[in-house]
Design a binder for this molecule. Structure first.
Ligand SMILES: Nc1ncnc2c1ncn2[C@@H]1O[C@H](COP(=O)(O)OP(=O)(O)O)[C@@H](O)[C@H]1O
Ligand SMILES: [Mg+2]
Length: 257
Protein backbone atom coordinates (compact mmCIF):
# COMPACT_ATOMS: atom_id res chain seq x y z
CA UNK A 1 0.00 0.00 0.00
CA UNK A 2 1.16 3.54 -0.79
CA UNK A 3 1.35 5.63 2.34
CA UNK A 4 1.92 9.19 3.21
CA UNK A 5 0.11 11.17 0.55
CA UNK A 6 -2.42 13.21 2.47
CA UNK A 7 -1.22 16.73 3.31
CA UNK A 8 -3.44 18.97 5.42
CA UNK A 9 -2.89 22.74 5.29
CA UNK A 10 -4.14 24.55 8.36
CA UNK A 11 -4.24 27.55 10.65
CA UNK A 12 -7.08 28.83 12.78
CA UNK A 13 -6.52 32.30 11.42
CA UNK A 14 -8.19 33.32 8.16
CA UNK A 15 -6.44 35.21 5.38
CA UNK A 16 -2.94 33.87 6.04
CA UNK A 17 -2.83 31.89 2.78
CA UNK A 18 -4.00 28.32 3.44
CA UNK A 19 -5.96 28.33 0.19
CA UNK A 20 -3.18 30.13 -1.68
CA UNK A 21 -0.59 27.58 -0.53
CA UNK A 22 -2.87 24.60 -1.25
CA UNK A 23 -3.51 25.92 -4.75
CA UNK A 24 0.15 26.92 -5.20
CA UNK A 25 1.09 23.29 -4.51
CA UNK A 26 -1.58 22.17 -7.00
CA UNK A 27 -0.23 24.59 -9.61
CA UNK A 28 3.36 23.41 -9.08
CA UNK A 29 2.26 19.77 -9.19
CA UNK A 30 0.42 20.24 -12.49
CA UNK A 31 3.42 22.13 -13.94
CA UNK A 32 5.57 19.11 -13.04
CA UNK A 33 3.07 16.65 -14.53
CA UNK A 34 1.96 15.31 -11.13
CA UNK A 35 -1.65 14.54 -10.26
CA UNK A 36 -3.25 16.00 -7.14
CA UNK A 37 -6.63 16.04 -5.47
CA UNK A 38 -7.61 19.22 -3.60
CA UNK A 39 -10.05 18.52 -0.77
CA UNK A 40 -11.96 21.65 0.25
CA UNK A 41 -13.02 21.59 3.90
CA UNK A 42 -13.85 25.30 4.13
CA UNK A 43 -17.57 26.22 3.99
CA UNK A 44 -16.47 29.40 2.18
CA UNK A 45 -15.43 27.06 -0.66
CA UNK A 46 -12.62 29.31 -1.95
CA UNK A 47 -10.48 26.57 -3.46
CA UNK A 48 -13.54 24.96 -5.02
CA UNK A 49 -14.43 28.25 -6.70
CA UNK A 50 -10.87 29.05 -7.81
CA UNK A 51 -10.61 25.58 -9.33
CA UNK A 52 -13.61 26.42 -11.51
CA UNK A 53 -16.40 24.61 -9.69
CA UNK A 54 -19.48 26.53 -8.49
CA UNK A 55 -20.07 25.49 -4.86
CA UNK A 56 -23.81 26.27 -5.17
CA UNK A 57 -24.18 23.63 -7.89
CA UNK A 58 -22.29 20.85 -6.13
CA UNK A 59 -24.46 17.84 -5.36
CA UNK A 60 -21.95 15.68 -3.53
CA UNK A 61 -19.51 17.77 -1.52
CA UNK A 62 -17.09 17.17 1.32
CA UNK A 63 -20.09 17.74 3.64
CA UNK A 64 -21.60 14.48 2.34
CA UNK A 65 -18.24 12.67 2.30
CA UNK A 66 -17.88 13.50 6.01
CA UNK A 67 -21.05 11.53 6.61
CA UNK A 68 -21.19 8.65 4.16
CA UNK A 69 -20.60 9.47 0.45
CA UNK A 70 -17.59 8.01 -1.30
CA UNK A 71 -14.77 10.32 -2.39
CA UNK A 72 -14.88 8.74 -5.83
CA UNK A 73 -18.45 9.93 -6.27
CA UNK A 74 -17.73 13.45 -5.00
CA UNK A 75 -14.47 14.29 -6.77
CA UNK A 76 -14.53 16.12 -10.11
CA UNK A 77 -11.89 17.35 -12.55
CA UNK A 78 -10.99 21.02 -12.08
CA UNK A 79 -10.79 23.72 -14.74
CA UNK A 80 -6.98 23.63 -14.33
CA UNK A 81 -6.52 20.51 -16.46
CA UNK A 82 -6.49 16.75 -16.07
CA UNK A 83 -3.88 16.71 -13.31
CA UNK A 84 -5.84 18.71 -10.73
CA UNK A 85 -9.01 17.24 -9.27
CA UNK A 86 -11.20 18.69 -6.57
CA UNK A 87 -13.39 17.29 -3.87
CA UNK A 88 -15.59 20.38 -3.64
CA UNK A 89 -17.01 22.17 -0.62
CA UNK A 90 -20.57 23.41 -0.23
CA UNK A 91 -22.36 25.67 2.27
CA UNK A 92 -23.64 22.47 3.90
CA UNK A 93 -20.17 22.11 5.48
CA UNK A 94 -21.08 24.80 8.02
CA UNK A 95 -23.26 22.26 9.82
CA UNK A 96 -20.32 19.82 10.04
CA UNK A 97 -17.97 21.92 12.15
CA UNK A 98 -18.99 20.12 15.30
CA UNK A 99 -19.52 16.46 16.13
CA UNK A 100 -19.31 13.67 13.57
CA UNK A 101 -16.81 10.86 13.20
CA UNK A 102 -13.33 12.38 12.73
CA UNK A 103 -12.04 9.19 11.07
CA UNK A 104 -14.63 9.14 8.28
CA UNK A 105 -12.85 11.54 5.88
CA UNK A 106 -9.60 9.59 6.06
CA UNK A 107 -11.40 6.35 5.27
CA UNK A 108 -13.01 7.96 2.21
CA UNK A 109 -9.70 9.49 1.01
CA UNK A 110 -7.85 6.19 1.44
CA UNK A 111 -10.01 4.75 -1.33
CA UNK A 112 -8.83 7.30 -3.91
CA UNK A 113 -5.41 8.53 -2.71
CA UNK A 114 -3.41 6.06 -4.80
CA UNK A 115 -4.71 7.77 -7.96
CA UNK A 116 -2.78 10.90 -6.98
CA UNK A 117 0.75 12.00 -6.15
CA UNK A 118 -0.74 13.94 -3.25
CA UNK A 119 -4.08 14.75 -1.67
CA UNK A 120 -4.09 18.38 -0.45
CA UNK A 121 -6.64 19.23 2.23
CA UNK A 122 -7.52 22.94 2.57
CA UNK A 123 -8.94 23.68 6.04
CA UNK A 124 -11.31 26.39 7.28
CA UNK A 125 -10.00 29.14 9.59
CA UNK A 126 -10.97 27.33 12.80
CA UNK A 127 -9.84 24.46 14.97
CA UNK A 128 -13.20 22.68 15.08
CA UNK A 129 -14.46 19.36 13.77
CA UNK A 130 -13.59 20.11 10.13
CA UNK A 131 -9.91 20.80 10.81
CA UNK A 132 -9.86 17.83 13.20
CA UNK A 133 -11.21 15.61 10.40
CA UNK A 134 -8.58 17.06 8.04
CA UNK A 135 -5.82 16.20 10.52
CA UNK A 136 -7.24 12.76 11.27
CA UNK A 137 -7.04 12.01 7.53
CA UNK A 138 -3.51 13.41 7.18
CA UNK A 139 -0.01 12.03 7.06
CA UNK A 140 1.43 15.54 7.02
CA UNK A 141 0.23 18.72 8.68
CA UNK A 142 1.52 21.95 7.17
CA UNK A 143 0.85 25.21 9.02
CA UNK A 144 0.72 28.44 7.02
CA UNK A 145 1.60 31.69 8.78
CA UNK A 146 2.27 35.26 7.79
CA UNK A 147 4.97 37.29 9.50
CA UNK A 148 2.61 39.35 11.65
CA UNK A 149 2.00 39.44 15.38
CA UNK A 150 -1.60 38.27 15.10
CA UNK A 151 -0.73 35.36 12.84
CA UNK A 152 1.96 34.09 15.21
CA UNK A 153 -0.14 34.44 18.34
CA UNK A 154 -2.37 31.48 17.50
CA UNK A 155 0.31 29.04 16.36
CA UNK A 156 0.60 27.31 19.76
CA UNK A 157 -3.08 26.33 19.67
CA UNK A 158 -2.64 24.93 16.16
CA UNK A 159 0.35 22.82 17.22
CA UNK A 160 -1.65 21.64 20.25
CA UNK A 161 -4.50 20.42 18.02
CA UNK A 162 -1.99 18.51 15.86
CA UNK A 163 -0.74 16.86 19.07
CA UNK A 164 -4.24 16.06 20.28
CA UNK A 165 -5.25 14.47 16.98
CA UNK A 166 -1.99 12.48 16.89
CA UNK A 167 -2.76 11.26 20.40
CA UNK A 168 -6.45 10.48 20.00
CA UNK A 169 -7.01 9.45 16.36
CA UNK A 170 -3.98 9.33 14.10
CA UNK A 171 -0.54 8.08 15.08
CA UNK A 172 0.66 8.58 11.46
CA UNK A 173 0.25 12.34 11.68
CA UNK A 174 3.36 14.48 11.55
CA UNK A 175 3.71 18.22 11.90
CA UNK A 176 5.78 18.36 8.75
CA UNK A 177 6.44 22.06 8.48
CA UNK A 178 5.55 25.70 8.72
CA UNK A 179 5.27 27.74 5.52
CA UNK A 180 5.69 31.49 5.79
CA UNK A 181 3.54 33.42 3.32
CA UNK A 182 3.13 37.10 2.37
CA UNK A 183 6.67 38.12 3.16
CA UNK A 184 7.08 41.81 2.19
CA UNK A 185 10.12 42.87 0.17
CA UNK A 186 11.44 44.84 3.09
CA UNK A 187 9.96 45.27 6.54
CA UNK A 188 11.72 45.32 9.88
CA UNK A 189 8.44 44.36 11.57
CA UNK A 190 8.18 41.21 9.38
CA UNK A 191 11.82 40.41 10.13
CA UNK A 192 11.22 40.67 13.86
CA UNK A 193 8.24 38.35 13.52
CA UNK A 194 10.29 35.84 11.54
CA UNK A 195 12.90 35.83 14.31
CA UNK A 196 10.12 35.25 16.81
CA UNK A 197 8.78 32.35 14.71
CA UNK A 198 12.25 30.77 14.62
CA UNK A 199 12.42 30.98 18.41
CA UNK A 200 8.92 29.46 18.77
CA UNK A 201 9.01 26.53 16.36
CA UNK A 202 12.72 26.15 15.61
CA UNK A 203 14.58 26.88 12.39
CA UNK A 204 14.22 23.37 10.98
CA UNK A 205 10.42 23.43 11.09
CA UNK A 206 10.25 26.48 8.84
CA UNK A 207 10.31 25.62 5.16
CA UNK A 208 12.40 27.52 2.67
CA UNK A 209 11.73 29.47 0.63
CA UNK A 210 9.09 31.69 2.17
CA UNK A 211 6.46 32.97 -0.26
CA UNK A 212 6.79 36.63 -1.13
CA UNK A 213 3.89 39.07 -0.97
CA UNK A 214 2.96 39.87 -4.57
CA UNK A 215 -0.08 41.42 -6.24
CA UNK A 216 0.02 38.66 -8.87
CA UNK A 217 -0.91 36.09 -6.19
CA UNK A 218 -4.09 37.99 -5.43
CA UNK A 219 -4.77 38.41 -9.15
CA UNK A 220 -4.34 34.69 -9.86
CA UNK A 221 -6.88 33.83 -7.13
CA UNK A 222 -9.34 36.41 -8.48
CA UNK A 223 -8.93 35.20 -12.06
CA UNK A 224 -9.17 31.57 -10.91
CA UNK A 225 -5.91 30.65 -12.63
CA UNK A 226 -2.85 28.63 -11.58
CA UNK A 227 0.04 30.91 -10.58
CA UNK A 228 2.26 29.11 -13.09
CA UNK A 229 0.08 30.32 -15.98
CA UNK A 230 1.43 33.88 -15.62
CA UNK A 231 4.93 33.04 -16.87
CA UNK A 232 7.58 35.67 -16.15
CA UNK A 233 5.09 37.88 -14.27
CA UNK A 234 4.83 35.36 -11.44
CA UNK A 235 8.23 33.78 -11.81
CA UNK A 236 9.53 34.24 -8.27
CA UNK A 237 6.27 33.04 -6.70
CA UNK A 238 5.96 30.03 -9.03
CA UNK A 239 9.57 29.13 -8.33
CA UNK A 240 8.92 29.30 -4.57
CA UNK A 241 6.02 26.88 -4.96
CA UNK A 242 8.11 24.58 -7.19
CA UNK A 243 10.72 24.35 -4.44
CA UNK A 244 8.14 23.77 -1.71
CA UNK A 245 6.42 21.11 -3.82
CA UNK A 246 9.78 19.39 -4.46
CA UNK A 247 10.45 19.41 -0.72
CA UNK A 248 7.07 17.88 0.02
CA UNK A 249 7.70 15.20 -2.61
CA UNK A 250 11.07 14.36 -1.03
CA UNK A 251 9.49 14.01 2.39
CA UNK A 252 6.69 11.80 1.04
CA UNK A 253 9.18 9.61 -0.84
CA UNK A 254 11.32 9.14 2.27
CA UNK A 255 8.28 7.98 4.22
CA UNK A 256 7.14 5.35 1.74
CA UNK A 257 10.57 3.61 1.65
N1 LIG B 1 1.82 35.78 -1.13
C1 LIG B 1 0.75 36.57 -1.28
N2 LIG B 1 0.84 37.79 -1.86
C2 LIG B 1 -0.24 38.59 -2.01
N3 LIG B 1 -1.49 38.26 -1.65
C3 LIG B 1 -1.67 37.04 -1.07
C4 LIG B 1 -0.58 36.13 -0.86
N4 LIG B 1 -1.07 35.01 -0.28
C5 LIG B 1 -2.39 35.21 -0.12
N5 LIG B 1 -2.76 36.41 -0.60
C6 LIG B 1 -4.11 36.99 -0.60
O1 LIG B 1 -4.60 37.03 0.74
C7 LIG B 1 -5.96 36.68 0.78
C8 LIG B 1 -6.16 35.49 1.73
O2 LIG B 1 -5.52 34.36 1.22
P1 LIG B 1 -6.16 32.89 1.38
O3 LIG B 1 -5.25 31.96 0.70
O4 LIG B 1 -7.58 32.93 0.92
O5 LIG B 1 -6.10 32.71 2.96
P2 LIG B 1 -6.81 31.61 3.88
O6 LIG B 1 -7.14 30.42 3.02
O7 LIG B 1 -5.79 31.29 4.94
O8 LIG B 1 -8.02 32.27 4.47
C9 LIG B 1 -6.39 36.37 -0.65
O9 LIG B 1 -7.01 37.50 -1.19
C10 LIG B 1 -5.08 36.08 -1.35
O10 LIG B 1 -5.16 36.42 -2.72
MG1 LIG C 1 -8.94 29.48 2.69
Amino acid sequence: MCMGRVVTVLNQKGGVGKTTVTLGFASAAAAAGHRVLVVDLDPQASSTWVLGVDPAEVETSTAEVLVRSSAEKAMVPSAWGDDVWVLPASHRLTARDHGGNPARLGEALAEVSDQFHAVLVDCPPSLGALTTAGLTAADHAVIVVEPSALSLRGIGAVADLVDEVWDAYNAELELTGVIVNKVPAWSSEAERRLDELVRTVGKRAIWQPAIPQRVIVNQAIGERRPIHSYGARSYDVSESFDKLWAKLRRIMARQSD
